[in-house]
Ligand binder design. Structure first.
Ligand code: X8Z
Ligand code: ZN
Length: 663
């Protein structure tokens, strides 16, 4: 998650200034115990912003280092240091925002006016001014993220005790088709969030207090203020965009439900017409790509088994490492060979992703990236495995943090993360307050735009899949592969913040957290748990971005915008055929256009940036529909005669749409 502007991001993703992409919080500079002294006498607004930019640049590396350490080395000490640095940063941010007030109504350049606006949105974790509360908030944030990162589900007692973390539990959902094993993995992971419930309740109170002090109705309204339109307008925009793509999602839902019923029987393959949460191949039902074995339209038509190729690559690397270990290696050597092979395949996957960007004319990643990045899960400590991209110093120290496994999902996530990194590198020449995405959805969409250009042709050219087949069956297979990642995501991308907006505006009370969560899952995704999930659970906390406090509407927007960017770049490349066949791999004209957009950062309203790339100022899902037109026609045929759709429980159905009351 990267957020939009640079620095300050505190809270993950925070808004504006955030810095690095998917990063979490903080990020911003951290002054010493006290915020910098009041503004010098006679300082103009332009001088004020120049000073803030300067101070941000100086503080930025320190706060990032603290955050990086606490994410890649979870323990009490790193948590303390991260919370403290966040505390200093948020105190400083509050002080800058306070200082900015005195320039209201005074003459200033347009860039200064925009910078002040961005400054007020620079964190997704608005902190109360009261120092005790501010400290409590940063400690809670660090604690919750640590709980998520170190979350572990244990069974059995004594010597028989067996614990599994998220990665192991996700492996079960990805690969097992045993109903009960999947249920156990799904429930097990969700149990780690139960203890967060109280902390999250308090967290919501504290950020709301901060947001109110800054003049927002609540934290949700503050989050919705970062889109160069009113909070009410962006909420309505997301409803409109969802309305455009909902029929496509409903067709995919209907087809998938039929296949689940074939696999598990009509009693277990659905719950009152909704999809059983633990059977979707993904802990949050946000990407159904792992159900390929069940959902592949035409067996063997254009084989697109990327995971199998990556696993093969791993086996080859392992064999090579074993050869190095010599004859009859001991357990230690076997283990070392396994680790070396895991690291080697992860680095090769990343080299592949880098190659795509370089083919567009973008620079190679700096040597320090390869030295400092976390590619695979360390074994000697807990880390936050959730993928993220970091700009440590606005001067080339960029890194990603992942726990890469050789599978398709992680492969495309690497392309996603490098999108954040290339955005960072491109806008590093902007003033710090403009070092962010045009909006946070843009930041999320860069790498995914490249993923859309990973056509069967491209995958074949890098030796990951066989010669692409021609014909309708291969086309439908390839469209299905993309739809399972992109279309299945859309309602999920929306529902998370529908939940948080409700939590923050008080329409969802703490004693309704779980009920409201599942009402929204039912309403938007058509997904349901198969056992009761009462208020003793806190299922929202089992999704990284909730304890990590990363706003989520960005991902919904990204899943619309990326198709617009893709089409714009295909046009720039002079591509003429049907949209889904376009890859701009190696095309310098497309690369230049992309880079020009990245360089702008958040220096102008996103609508202007969008127009430069695509010719339109409006987010619009027609490119999504154009791309998936063949699949939508095919799905309709498959679903003919079936009753599609689902009935969400009454409570959810009765709730109003987005409703950000104020605006
Ligand atoms: O969080 C992420 C990225 C980091 S910004 C790995 N994503 C969302 C998620 O995993 O929930 C990418 C797609 C949606
Ligand atoms: Zn991201």
């Amino acid at each position: 998650m990267k957020q939009r502007h640079l620095l300050l991001a505190l809270a993950i993703g925070a808004s504006v200034i955030s810095l690095s992409a998917c990063k979490k919080d903080g990020e911003a500079p951290a002054p010493a115990a006290k915020p910098t002294a009041a503004a010098p006498k006679g300082e103009t607004a332009d001088q004020f912003i120049a000073r803030v930019n300067d101070e941000v640049r100086k503080m930025y590396p320190e706060i990032n280092s603290a955050q990086w350490l606490s994410s890649t080395y979870i323990n009490d000490d790193t948590a303390m240091i991260a919370a403290k640095s966040n505390e200093r940063y948020l105190t400083q941010l509050n002080s800058w925002i306070e200082q900015a007030r005195k320039f209201e109504g005074q003459p200033m350049s347009p860039a200064t006016a925009r910078s002040i606006q961005l400054l007020k949105l620079a964190t997704s974790m608005p902190a109360p001014k009261d120092p005790a509360k501010l400290a409590e908030l940063t400690q809670l944030a660090t604690k919750m993220e640590g709980m998520y990162g170190s979350g572990s589900y244990c069974k059995g007692e004594g010597d028989a005790k067996q614990c599994r973390q998220l990665g192991d539990l996700e492996d079960v959902l990805r690969s097992s088709r045993d109903y009960d094993q999947q249920l156990d993995a799904w429930q097990g992971w969700h149990s780690i969030a139960q203890p967060m419930r109280k902390d999250y309740t308090r967290f919501a109170e504290l950020v709301n207090e901060g947001a109110k002090e800054m003049g927002f109705a609540d934290t949700g309204e503050m989050w919705r203020s970062g889109y160069d339109m009113t909070p009410a307008e962006i909420a309505a925009e997301t409803d409109r965009l969802w309305g455009q793509v909902k029929p496509l999602y409903e067709q995919l839902h209907c087809y998938t439900r039929g296949k689940l019923e074939t696999q598990y029987g009509s009693d277990k393959g659905q719950v009152n017409g909704l999809l059983p949460a633990h059977l979707m191949g993904n802990m949050w039902q946000q990407d159904w790509g792992n159900l390929w074995d069940m959902l592949e339209p035409y067996k063997g038509a254009g084989t697109l088994d990327i995971t199998a190729s990556l696993e093969k690559q791993y086996q080859q690397d392992y064999t090579r490492e074993m050869a190095k270990a010599g004859p009859s290696p001991n357990t230690e050597k076997l283990f070392a060979a396994e680790r070396a092979a895991q690291l080697s395949v992860a680095r090769q996957m990343t080299r592949r992703a880098e190659d795509f960007y370089v083919s567009l004319g973008m620079p190679k990643l700096p040597e320090s990236y390869w030295q400092k990045t976390q590619f695979i899960k360390p074994l000697d400590r807990d880390v936050v495995c959730h993928a993220s991209a970091w700009d440590m110093n606005m001067a080339g120290d960029v890194r990603t943090k992942m726990c890469i496994k050789p599978n398709e999902e992680d492969f495309t996530t690497i392309y996603h993360e490098l999108g954040h990194i290339y955005y960072d590198l491109a806008y590093n020449k902007q003033a710090p307050l403009f070092q962010g995405g045009a909006n946070d959805g843009f930041h999320e969409a860069i790498g995914d735009t490249i993923v859309l250009a990973m056509t069967p042709q491209y995958l074949n050219s890098i030796d990951l899949v066989g010669t692409p087949q021609l014909g309708n069956e291969a086309l439908i297979n390839s469209q299905m592969r993309m739809a399972l990642a992109k279309v299945s995501f859309l309602p999920f991308g929306l529902m998370i913040d529908r939940w948080r907006w409700g939590v923050f505006d008080g329409s969802i009370k703490p004693d309704q957290y779980n009920q409201a969560w599942w009402d929204l899952k039912a309403k938007y995704q058509g997904v349901a748990p198969v056992t009761a999930r009462g208020e003793d659970f806190f299922d929202a906390g089992a999704k990284y971005h909730v304890p990590g406090n990363t706003p989520y509407t960005r991902y919904f927007l990204s899943h619309i915008l990326q198709f617009q960017f893709y089409k714009g770049l295909c046009d720039a490349a002079g591509f003429k055929g049907p949209l889904y066949e376009c890859s701009f791999y190696g095309n310098k004209a497309a690369g230049q256009k992309f880079w020009a957009m990245l360089e702008k950062g958040s220096s102008q309203p996103w609508q202007a940036t969008l127009k430069e790339l695509t010719g339109t100022e409006k987010a619009d899902a027609s490119a999504v529909l154009e791309y998936f037109a063949p699949l939508q026609t095919w799905l309709k045929e498959q679903n003919q005669g079936k009753t599609c759709g689902w009935q969400a429980p009454v409570a959810a159905a009765a709730k109003p749409e987005a409703t950000p009351a104020k605006g």
